[in-house]
Write a protein that binds this ligand. Structure first.
Ligand code: HGY
Ligand code: MN
Ligand code: MN
Length: 400
C-alpha cells in the first residue's frame, strides 16, 4: 500500500478558506442552511470535484464527495455548519482533513476515499440532524417538522437548498467504514501536551425544548402570591434538577440549560412564557434514563405547583456509542508511529456524527488538541502542527 503524503499547505489553505464563510472575530457564524453555510458547501463541492470526487447533495443538505469506484470504500468527514457562535475548526477540520487525505491518496495511487460534510450537526433543529436522517435514526417526515428557535421548520430551511439537493440519499452500502477527525473541544490533550486522541466511546445525549406558560401581568400591581411567573418556574426547575441529580450523576456527567427566551422579556412585565432547552450527557444509558425521568417529573411538579402550562418538544436522544475496534486499531497504530508517546485512548464528551454513522457501519474518531480546551467559542484554535499531524494519522490509518 503506497504511503500517502498529505500536503500541509493545501490542508491549511483550505481550512483558512472555509473559515472565510461566516467569518466573525476569528471564529465563524455558519448556521445550518444559512447563506454562509450554503456558500461554504458549494465551495466544498467545487473542491471535491477538483479532487476527482463527484459532489452529491442529498435531500437534507448532507454533501458527499464520491470517488469513482465499484467497491465499498472508506468514508471520512464531519460537518461544516457551526454553532451560533462557532470556532473555525469544529467540524470543518474533519471535512478538510478528509478531503486532503482523499486527494493525497488519489495522488499516490492509494485507496479511494469518500468525503462527507453532514448538515446541521450543530443542532439548529435539534442535534446531528443530517446524519440522524441519513442513518435512519430520524425519519425525514419527522425531521421536517422540527423547528428552530425562530419557529422555522427543517422542511422550510432545507427547501433553501432544493436547487442543489438531489432526490436520493447516498447508499451507505457504498462505504466500508467511517473515520471522523475532530478537534477534542476539551482540555485533556492540551493539558497533557499530547498530539492525538483515539476515541473509544462517544457519550450519549438527551435534550428537550421546554415551554412554561404562565400569565403576563403588571410587574407593579400584581401581588407576588397572585403571579404565574414563567421565569420563576424556570429558576425553580433549574435548582430542583441540580439538587435531584446529585444522587444520579458522576463527575463526568454534564447537563446544561443553554438557551432561554422570555416573553415578552420586559422589565415591567411578569414573564408569561419561558422557552428553554435542557440537555444532559453521559456514557451510561441507565443514567441518561434516570436523568430523563427526573427532568420530566420535575417539570411536571413545578408546573403543577405554580399553575404553569408545560409543553415539551424537539426531543433528541443519541445513545452512548462504542467506536469500532478494527478502525480504532488502525488509528492507534498510526498514532503510535506518528506521535509516539504523545497519544491516548479517550472518550468523547462532545457529540459527533460518528455516533450516528456507527449504527450502519464500523466507525471511529481521532482528536487533535484544542488550545486551552476551548470550543463553541470564537477563540477556538489548534496549533498548526497538530492539525497537520492529525491529517497524517488519518491518512496512515486509511491507507496504511
Ligand atoms: O454539542 C456537541 O457536542 C457538538 O459539538 N455539537
Ligand atoms: Mn463538531
Ligand atoms: Mn460543535
Amino acid at each position: 500500500m503506497p504511503s500517502i503524503a498529505i500536503d500541509p499547505d493545501r490542508l491549511l489553505g483550505d481550512l483558512e478558506h472555509l473559515r472565510s464563510f461566516g467569518a466573525r472575530e476569528g471564529g465563524v457564524v455558519r448556521r445550518a442552511f444559512s447563506d454562509a453555510d450554503i456558500a461554504a458547501r458549494q465551495w466544498l463541492a467545487g473542491r471535491m470535484e477538483a479532487a476527482g470526487l463527484e459532489p452529491v447533495f442529498d435531500p437534507v443538505g448532507n454533501l458527499f464527495g464520491l470517488p469513482k469506484t465499484d467497491t465499498p470504500c472508506i468514508l471520512s468527514g464531519s460537518h461544516s455548519d457551526s454553532q451560533p457562535e462557532g470556532g473555525w475548526l469544529d467540524g470543518a477540520y474533519g471535512v478538510i482533513a478528509a478531503l486532503e487525505v482523499a486527494r493525497a491518496s488519489a495522488d499516490a495511487g492509494g485507496p479511494p476515499v469518500a468525503v462527507v460534510s453532514f448538515q446541521d450537526e450543530e443542532g439548529r433543529f435539534g442535534a446531528l440532524t443530517g446524519s440522524r436522517v441519513w442513518t435512519g435514526a430520524l425519519p425525514l417526515d419527522e425531521a421536517d417538522r422540527l423547528t428552530d428557535l425562530e419557529g422555522r421548520t427543517f422542511a422550510e430551511a432545507r427547501a433553501g437548498m432544493s436547487g442543489l439537493s438531489g432526490p436520493d440519499f447516498v447508499d451507505p452500502g457504498r462505504f466500508s467504514g467511517f473515520i471522523e477527525a475532530h478537534i477534542e473541544q476539551g482540555p485533556v490533550l492540551d493539558d497533557a501536551q499530547e498530539a492525538i486522541g483515539v476515541v473509544d466511546v462517544v457519550v450519549g445525549i438527551r435534550s428537550l425544548q421546554v415551554r412554561f406558560t404562565g400569565y403576563q401581568n403588571h410587574a407593579g400591581t400584581t401581588p407576588m402570591d397572585a403571579r404565574r411567573d414563567a421565569f420563576q418556574g424556570l429558576v425553580a426547575f433549574a435548582e430542583a434538577i441540580n439538587r435531584e441529580f446529585v444522587d444520579i450523576v458522576t463527575p463526568s456527567t454534564v447537563w446544561t440549560i443553554g438557551h432561554v427566551t422570555l416573553q415578552p422579556n420586559a422589565s415591567s412585565i411578569v414573564p408569561g412564557q419561558a422557552d428553554f432547552t435542557v440537555q444532559w450527557r453521559d456514557g451510561s444509558v441507565d443514567r441518561l434514563d434516570r436523568m430523563e425521568e427526573t427532568v420530566r417529573a420535575t417539570a411536571d411538579r413545578i408546573c403543577d405547583e405554580r399553575a404553569l402550562h408545560l409543553d415539551l418538544s424537539n426531543y433528541v436522544s443519541v445513545p452512548p456509542t462504542e467506536m469500532n475496534s478494527g478502525l480504532r486499531g488502525s488509528l492507534e497504530q498510526a498514532a503510535s508511529e506518528l506521535a509516539p508517546g504523545k497519544w491516548r485512548v479517550m472518550p468523547s464528551g462532545a457529540l459527533h456524527d460518528a455516533a450516528n454513522v456507527a449504527r450502519l457501519m464500523p466507525a471511529a474518531m481521532l482528536f487533535v488538541p484544542s488550545i486551552g480546551g476551548v470550543s463553541h467559542n470564537f477563540s477556538e484554535d489548534t496549533k498548526r502542527k497538530d492539525l497537520i499531524r492529525g491529517a497524517e494519522v488519518l491518512a496512515r490509518a486509511i491507507a496504511g
